[in-house]
Design a protein around this ligand. Structure first.
Ligand code: ATP
Length: 319
């Protein structure tokens, strides 16, 4: 490849900018031309591309969001849309593409690779819901934000000897709830991967209060239930009346952690090298400290395994 493009797509995540910076700087270092596509696949269809130089990605490694912006694009879901996207790239002499996004963005990139564009995808999502990578870019930052919020909620819960339900992001994957719940000492963690019974949850909470616990925090992933509904159920099941906090979009913003910046930098550089080696249709990830690329087909057809050991540990330690 001589000329590549980079785009961000789907929901944004902290560290996307660090990944864009890494792709651009690594490509330039290796003598490639590099273009930034504005607003994901929508921008590609609109031919909204600009050539990137070293300074175009200055002062962004520390910023949340994405300077390339992101969008959801219905037209790109169609075969005609995908052919049009490939044609825009060919027309500009661009033969490689790095897509940073979640599951849906992976599917789009896979279609482009089947149309002859060399593509690599990077896991840019706070949800950590992508298989064949231990972590996604943004996950560490999101977990830190949730832990910080729970610390604050816990201070006031302890003073008042109250319980609290905290709803966090994660539609299909409970990893934010799991990791943040473990790190903040939450008593109950509700995730879409593990069935639960709210009557049992409320009985356990009451029993723990009786044993002298002064606060009780339930973390619920949005895919496992709505925070207000969970609180109402618990109120019906026992004498506790948990207060509800829905953290929402603050989980997706703010400066990325060093862990996310380093992951993004290394994955961006890795993707450029895979393209230069002639590879295509691959998802880049990190597994037990090793970088690897897996067929996008395999990644989008595999469900990320849930870490039940970690879940059980969190429960054991939070009695
Ligand atoms: P998030 O982490 O927010 O879910 P995502 O990348 O999964 O991120 P989606 O909205 O699912 O977000 O996908 C982003 C874009 O990718 C879509 O708007 C669409 O343009 C493209 N896309 C999604 N699925 C497909 C598909 N099956 N074929 C082609 N393009 C797709």
């Amino acid at each position: 490849v001589k000329s590549i493009a980079v785009l961000t797509s789907g929901g944004d995540s902290q560290g996307m900018n660090a990944a864009v910076r890494a792709v651009v700087r690594s490509a330039l270092y290796n003598g490639l031309e590099v273009y930034g596509v504005q607003r994901g696949y929508q921008g590609l269809l609109n031919d909204d591309l600009r050539q990137m130089d070293l300074r175009s990605v200055g002062d962004i490694i520390q910023r949340g969001g994405t300077i390339l912006q992101t969008a959801r694009c219905k037209e790109f879901m169609t075969a005609e849309g995908q052919e049009k996207g490939a044609e825009v790239l060919r027309g500009r002499g661009i033969d490689g593409l790095v897509v940073i996004g979640g599951d849906g963005s992976y599917q789009g990139a896979n279609k482009l690779s089947k149309l002859g564009i060399k593509t690599m995808v990077l896991p840019g999502t706070i949800d950590n819901d992508i298989p064949f990578t231990d972590y996604t870019i943004g996950f560490d930052t999101a977990v830190g934000i949730v832990v910080d919020a729970i610390n604050k909620i816990r201070d006031t819960m302890s003073s008042h000897e109250r319980s609290s339900v905290v709803e966090v992001m994660g539609r299909h994957c409970g990893d934010i709830a799991l990791y943040a719940g473990l790190a903040s000492g939450a008593e109950t963690i509700l995730v879409p991967e593990v069935p639960f019974n709210l009557t049992e949850v409320s009985q356990r909470m009451e029993a723990n209060f009786a044993k002298g616990k002064r606060h009780s925090i339930v973390v619920v992933a949005e895919g496992a239930g709505n925070g207000h509904d969970v609180s109402s159920e618990i109120t019906r099941g026992c004498g506790l009346e948990p207060r509800v906090t829905v953290l929402g979009h603050i989980q997706r913003g703010g400066t990325p952690t060093a862990v996310d910046r380093i992951l993004a930098s290394r994955l961006g550089d890795y993707a450029v090298h895979q393209l230069m080696a002639g590879d295509s249709g691959k998802a880049c990830g990190i597994v037990r400290g090793e970088f690897l690329s897996t067929d996008i087909d395999t990644v989008v057809n595999t469900k990320k395994p849930f870490n039940l050991d970690l879940y059980e540990l969190a429960l054991r330690l939070s009695q």
